[in-house]
Design a protein around this ligand. Sequence first.
Ligand code: DHB
Ligand code: FE
Length: 283
Amino acid sequence: MAKIIGGLGTSHIPAIGGAIHKGLQQDPYWKPFFDGFPPIHEWLKAQKPDVMVIFYNDHGLNFFLDKMPTFAVGAAPQYVNSDEGWGIPSLEALKGEVDLSWQIINHLVDKEFDITTCQELLVDHACSLPLKLFFPEGNYPVTVVPVCINTVQFPLPKAHRVYTLGRAVGEAVAAWDSSKKVAFIASGGLSHQLEGTRAGFINKDFDLKFMESLLTNPEWATQFSIHELVEKTGTQGIELLTWLAMRAALTVGEGAGVRKVHSNYHIPISNTATGLLALEKVS
Ligand code: DHB
Ligand code: FE
């Protein structure tokens, strides 16, 4: 059976792609953000995952407001990153792990999740940037399965539902007939709001409580309604749902516990409070 090794959470912001392109990692504005990553690079080099299941949200590149699945799973051999504007070069395409995609899709449907199956899927910065941050040398040594969660167009799935989805994805991976090592990625958050009268809203207190809860009490955030979470984290901060799915996926398989490998938190990058977390599964 496949082995689940752990989970990684990171914020995603298009401007990060611009900073990488311009080599600004040591620039005073960017350094506190990029300095979070070397311990994670070391951990990945030691753990050598083969596959990464990425919980993320699409921002309109593949799904637009006219057709918005609540949950969508990629089942393609390749996922291409396309131009999202801002003059930032597109990142390299991600290689799919089609066999695991269908394992996850079949299990989710069996567990009564009504998902959209995508045999073609463009991926935006939310899916492509984490890979570039975790493997800055490029030529990524992993295949991927993208799992898209609607955090954009109301009505959004509630936190408890997302947690249940994450656990079901974890079950599917744990039951996958493969000798491969699998890690989960959560892409999004933490608190930020890009528009309206609360544009620029950040809630450090809640962000830190949320990150801590993923270690000590993973279901903590499921007590809140979507509207409460938007109030606490901002209209885009609700992307933290992806972190909840990632953590839930680690509650199944051999050993239910996790240990923190590394974390970082920095305000702001663009409009966002950036969070970074690596959790290793322990028995
Ligand atoms: C920003 C943050 C996001 O999550 C995103 O998808 C786009 C932009 C920002 O802070 O600029
Ligand atoms: Fe986003």
